[in-house]
Design a protein around this ligand. Structure first.
Ligand SMILES: [Zn+2]
Length: 386
């Protein structure tokens, strides 16, 4: 039988060494140093958003500590301990998902298991994911172990909500806050995965998928896998957009162009056509707001690096920002933000959007008029001073 061709990328490319973990360098370095200097704590708390590598780091740590051929604090990934931990079958490394096993009995099972020496590893590991979900009784039982942990025991508690964990627990842990990944970090990893899978993907698509990951590599890899199943081994931007059913950035550049040109005559039919083609009005509203926020950033800082956009899009923003004055952009943004609540409660979002677009075109003209007026006055002043 032939092997299935495709395996979920987040699993297939799960890092097996500290050095392979994308980002979170501070955590990797500290844990490696702890191993090298033999200064290992009994309980660790990894907090951070989902999909940033909390349990991945916990497993690597368990391997690196118990590996028979560890080198520079890294696991060999070949010995029996490494292999069994990777496969999730090591008798001394336990993983508990507190989201579904949150009661006292589950923690009692840990208490019982904690009484005995490890079977073949140096340290017994308990990795408790989503630990904030435990019941109070379960936390109390856990606290009892953490107060006097046996020498051979290590706890790694992972959570997306550290504030929900009792202080009595957190104060006994060495704490690490893992951060969301930058778009560039996700995109670099996606590029690597695509190359390994022999999938061709253009930069715009790479960027879009990375952005959709919203700081979590696992989520971005999930979108990537779906894109591969839709587009095949050649992911191009056009098919990707079709698959994701995302409005094209171009509609916002076009909208902002009409507003800048006082193009009320054009913008209403344009919007109506988009709406007929199935554009969601709230998505459109959010898109325009986001667009002017980006224009404001370019206008005030002249730094395109601050935009979470692809290079092609960045240069388009730069071009369009030049058409507006900073004052115009600020006034438009203010109107957009002030309209947010109106959209929420409106029973006819379409009319509201048309009125809003008309207002944006008009306000833009007023600002132009005022600035023309001011320069006119200044010219007059100069003339009279002569
Ligand atoms: Zn090993």
């Amino acid at each position: 039988m032939s092997e299935p061709k495709f395996k979920v990328s987040a699993l297939k490319f799960r890092p097996q060494k500290f050095g392979e973990v994308v980002s979170q360098d501070f955590v990797s370095t500290t844990l490696r140093n702890a191993i090298l200097n033999k200064k290992i704590a009994h309980s660790y708390l990894f907090s951070g958003p989902r999909g940033v590598g909390k349990t991945t780091l916990a497993r690597i740590f368990a391997k690196a500590i118990n590996c028979k051929n560890a080198k520079d604090g890294e696991p060999c990934n070949n010995c029996e301990n490494c292999d069994e931990i990777t496969r999730g079958v090591h008798p001394d490394v336990f993983e508990l998902d507190a989201a579904s096993n949150r009661g006292i009995d589950d923690v009692r099972a840990i208490q019982d298991a904690a009484k005995y020496f490890p079977i073949k590893a140096t340290y017994k590991f308990f990795i408790v994911d989503e630990v904030h979900m435990l019941t109070i009784q379960a936390f109390n039982a856990l606290l009892k172990i953490l107060e006097e942990p046996p020498e051979y025991l290590i706890f790694i508690l992972a959570t997306t909500n550290p504030e929900k964990i009792p202080a009595t627990i957190t104060s006994r842990c060495q704490r690490f806050a893992l951060h969301r990944l930058k778009i560039q970090e996700i995109s670099d990893q996606l590029k690597f995965v695509a190359k390994e899978q022999k999938v061709k993907i253009d930069d715009e698509s790479l960027f879009l998928i990375s952005k959709l990951g919203d700081g979590a590599l696992r989520d971005a890899l999930g979108v990537f896998d779906m894109a591969v199943s839709f587009c095949g081994e050649n992911i191009d931007f056009e098919s990707l957009k079709e698959f994701l059913n995302l409005p094209d950035k171009d509609i916002y550049f076009e909208t902002a162009k009409f507003i800048a040109q006082d193009g009320l005559k054009h913008i209403i039919p344009y919007f109506n056509k988009l709406e007929e083609n199935g554009l969601d009005i709230i998505t459109y509203y959010n898109g325009i707001t986001d667009h002017y926020r980006n224009l404001l950033i370019i206008k005030t800082t002249d730094n395109t690096e601050l935009l979470d956009e692809s290079d092609v899009t960045k240069s388009k923003y730069k071009e369009q920002a030049a058409v507006y004055t900073g004052d115009q952009i600020q006034r438009i943004l203010k109107i957009l933000i002030d309209s947010e609540a109106r959209f929420k409660y409106s029973s006819n979002q379409k009319i509201l959007m048309e009125a809003l677009l008309a207002e944006l075109c008009r306000i833009n003209r007023e600002v132009v008029d005022i600035s023309e007026l001011i320069s006119g006055l200044e010219a007059l002043k100069k003339k009279s001073l002569k």
